[in-house]
Design a protein around this ligand. Structure first.
Ligand code: FAD
Length: 459
């Protein structure tokens, strides 16, 4: 290949783009990866990793506050925010360095600059045209959306600004009870803030199983996090001391900051996609199940493709596209078997169909569920966490959905995914032993119960 011609030209170096680059290079393709900001994208620098580091610091704060219940003498003296950021940035920095090393070691050409698609086979960066001999992969990611007329600025912030606030707010209003909203609410509460979540839909985490939303609402209230659901935001004003938020109906709320967490839009403006004829819908790039756009040789991965906006979906799609281009004909990714984790306290994890979705798919009478309460699980008792594991199965058929809430349940979703994606029957899994005492055992108990032979439950 000549200096600016590569098998793969990838626009965007976030989860989707860099995964395509790493896998493509592994398969012997020459790769140019174009990134205007930082390799690693949203997830590594402004998303998954920094927020989870904050959530862990929040857990440490909670442990200090609750230590007496365990007979340990410790005191919570407050939050040293520069110290929290130092810890968080250390985590991000080490991963960033590792990723840079990986990209370099696979001989991927990392191009620093803003790229623009100029034809089905070319991307322009400054004065240089990069030509794709095999394919172009669009992976420009997403940005924090806001509502019409609601501008980010000052004390009205998005998750991006929230990650670099130089103070812990003493009070916060969180607009949006989805994943990002409840995670920040959780962190700020643990750090001592008075938090109110405003969600227009009738429940928090509205994409999850209804019983999970109820359990989260209960747990949050117990922690002192207030949730106003089924109510719309009307407007906000700000002054030197704080924000005043008005809700539909006239109620007003006052706080130090307003976090706008109403979802993420696709970063596709000014990228040249429309001009080259790529089919789009409200800014998202339309791709088929093999991640092909309507323009031959142009693929799309990650948050710009409608569906779950999750880093591991981006990784998987990036790998898929690289393998597709290398001629390996990979298996189509089932969107429904992608695991979802919300890392607030308590955590939420799920994969597959909710009970309602399963009933719609298989018919009302053809679905069985079982809910195992973590109250009966030894390790959960040790951790003092409440919650449950709920399994949804097709009657006389496989498990099609797994839903969990409780401390640390995110770590259990791997087994849930294997079971759902492998279409395992409870009878198959019930024969497998789960170590005691682990939270994982709650799964085992639920499978045993659904297989008709409950051990530590009354089903
Ligand atoms: C606060 C927060 C928390 C999150 N937590 C989680 C989590 O815990 N787990 C999870 O799975 N997901 C989480 N996500 C979502 C996750 O970050 C995204 O799903 C993931 O980053 C999407 O990857 P991507 O490659 O599509 O886009 P991005 O990671 O956004 O990467 C796109 C890249 O393209 C670059 N780019 C854009 N336009 C151009 C251009 N014209 N030229 C050159 N480069 C360009 C950008 O600079 C960026 O680096 C979180 C997101 C946020 C905001």
């Amino acid at each position: 290949m000549s200096g600016t011609t590569f098998d793969l030209v990838i626009l965007g170096g976030g989860s989707g783009g860099y995964a395509a680059a790493l896998r493509g290079a592994q398969l012997g393709l020459s790769v140019a990866l174009i990134e205007k900001d930082k390799l690693g994208g949203t997830c590594l620098h402004w998303g998954c990793i920094p927020t989870k580091a904050l959530l862990h610091a929040a857990e440490v704060a909670d442990s200090a506050k609750e230590s007496e219940a365990y007979g340990i003498r410790a005191t919570f003296d407050g939050v040293d925010l520069p110290g929290v950021y130092k810890y968080r940035d250390g985590v991000v920095g080490r991963l960033y360095k590792g990723l840079q090393g990986l990209v370099k070691s696979r001989d991927i050409t990392l191009v620093e600059g803003t790229g623009r698609l100029t034809s089905p086979t070319t991307v322009q960066v400054g004065d240089t045209t990069y030509t794709a001999a095999k394919a172009v992969v669009l992976a420009t990611g997403s940005y924090s959306r806001t509502l019409p007329g609601l501008e980010i600025g000052g004390r009205v912030i998005s998750s991006y600004e929230a990650l670099s606030l130089d103070y812990v707010p003493s009070s916060a209003i969180v607009l949006g009870g989805g994943v990002i909203g409840v995670e920040f609410a959780s962190v700020w509460r643990s750090f001592g803030a008075d938090v109110t979540i405003v969600e227009a839909l009738p429940r928090l985490v509205p994409n999850e199983e209804e019983s999970i939303s109820k359990a989260l609402d209960r747990a949050f209230r117990k922690r002192g996090i207030k949730a106003k659901t089924g109510v719309r935001f009307q407007g906000v004003t700000q002054d030197a001391d704080g924000v005043t938020v008005t809700l539909e109906g006239g109620e007003t709320l006052r706080a130090d900051v307003l976090l706008v967490a109403v979802g993420r839009g696709p970063s596709t403006a000014n990228c040249g996609y429309e001009e080259v004829g790529v089919a789009m819908d409200r800014g998202f790039v339309l791709a088929d199940e093999r991640l092909r756009t309507n323009v031959p040789g142009v693929y799309a991965v990650g948050d710009i493709v409608p569906g779950l906006q999750l880093a591991h979906r981006g990784f998987q799609q990036g790998i898929f596209v690289a393998e597709e281009i290398a001629g390996l004909a990979p298996r189509v990714i089932e969107e429904s078997s992608i695991p979802r984790v919300t890392y607030c306290e308590p955590e939420i994890a799920s994969v597959g169909l909710t009970e309602a979705q399963a009933a719609e798919k298989y018919g009302e009478g053809n679905v069985e569920t079982y809910e195992y309460n973590l109250g009966g699980n030894g390790k959960s008792q040790i951790l003092s966490t409440a919650g449950f594991v709920k399994l949804v199965r097709e009657k006389d058929g496989p498990v099609v959905g797994v839903h969990m809430i409780g401390a640390r349940v995110g770590e259990l979703v791997g087994e849930g995914q294997l079971v759902v994606a492998w279409e395992a029957w409870p009878e198959d899994v019930a024969a497998l032993i789960h170590a005691h005492p682990t939270q994982n055992e709650a799964f085992g108990e639920a499978f045993l119960a659904l297989a008709g032979k409950p051990l530590h439950s009354h089903a």
